[in-house]
Design a protein around this ligand. Structure first.
Ligand code: GSH
Length: 209
C-alpha cells in the first residue's frame, strides 16, 4: 500500500494527481498547515524534513516530489506518463521533471513569500519577479506549438510544472500569459486531477494575495 502524507494546499497534491492518473490504490494521511503556513511538527516524525509530500512505498519513506514521481513511474508506471526511454524526448522529459523544483519553483515561491510577508523592498520585488518571469516565459514558449510540455502527450513533467504555474497565477504573474492560464485550466480539467481534488480536500494555492 502506498501512503501519502498530504498537507493541505501543498505539493503533495501532485502525488495524489499522479496516483489517480495511474489508477493506483493509496491511503491519504492528512495534515493541516499551521497558522504560520508551516507543516505541523508531527510530519517530522515521518521524515526529518517534515515537508510535503512524504510518501511511504515499498517499505521506504521518500520526500521530494520530483523523485517520488520518478520512482513511482519506474516502479508502477509501465511506461505511462513518460516518453520512451530511447526516444529523444526522454532527456528533455527528465530535464523538465526536475526543473520544476530545481530551478522554477524557488523564484516563484520567493515572489509568493515576499507578497505574503508584505516585503516592501523594490530591489527584492524587482529581482524575484524578474527571475520568476524568465521561467514563466520559458515554459510559455514550450507550449507555443504543442499542447503539453513534451509534445502531444501528457507526461509527469506537466504534473510537476502545473503546481508552480498555479502558484504563479495566484500571485498575478500569469496576468499577461493567457496560454499558461489556458494550460492550467486544461490540466485542472483532467478527470484524474478532479478525483485527486475530491480525495485530497479543498485546494487553494492563491494564498490570498
Ligand atoms: N522540493 C520539495 C518541496 C517540499 C516543500 O517545501 N513542501 C511545502 C509544501 S508545498 C511544505 O511542506 N511547506 C511547509 C513547511 O515548510 O513547513 C518537493 O518538491 O517535495
Amino acid at each position: 500500500m502506498i501512503v501519502v502524507h498530504h498537507l493541505n494546499n501543498s505539493k503533495s497534491q501532485r502525488i495524489l494527481w499522479l496516483l489517480e492518473e495511474l489508477s493506483l490504490d493509496y491511503e491519504i494521511r492528512g495534515y493541516k498547515r499551521l497558522a504560520s503556513g508551516m507543516a505541523p511538527p508531527e510530519m517530522q516524525n515521518i521524515h526529518p524534513l517534515g515537508k510535503a509530500p512524504i510518501v511511504e512505498l515499498d517499505g521506504v519513506v521518500m520526500a521530494e516530489s520530483g523523485s517520488v514521481v520518478q520512482y513511482v513511474l519506474e516502479r508502477y508506471g509501465n511506461g505511462r506518463l513518460m516518453p520512451d526511454r530511447n526516444s529523444p524526448s526522454y532527456p528533455k522529459y527528465l530535464e523538465l521533471l526536475h526543473y520544476a523544483e530545481g530551478s522554477m519553483s524557488p523564484p516563484v515561491i520567493m515572489v509568493l513569500l515576499g507578497n505574503l510577508m508584505k516585503v516592501d523592498n523594490p530591489a527584492f520585488k524587482g529581482m524575484t519577479e524578474n527571475m520568476a518571469r524568465t521561467h514563466l516565459g520559458f515554459v510559455d514558449s514550450l507550449l507555443e506549438s504543442e499542447d503539453y510540455l513534451i509534445g502531444r502527450e501528457f507526461t509527469a513533467a506537466d504534473l510537476q510544472i502545473t503546481f508552480i504555474l498555479q502558484i504563479a497565477a495566484g500571485q498575478g504573474l500569469l496576468d499577461a500569459r493567457p496560454r499558461l492560464r489556458e494550460y492550467i485550466a486544461r490540466m485542472e480539467s483532467r478527470p484524474a486531477y478532479q478525483r485527486a481534488l475530491e480525495k485530497g480536500g479543498p485546494f487553494d494555492v492563491s494564498f490570498h494575495r
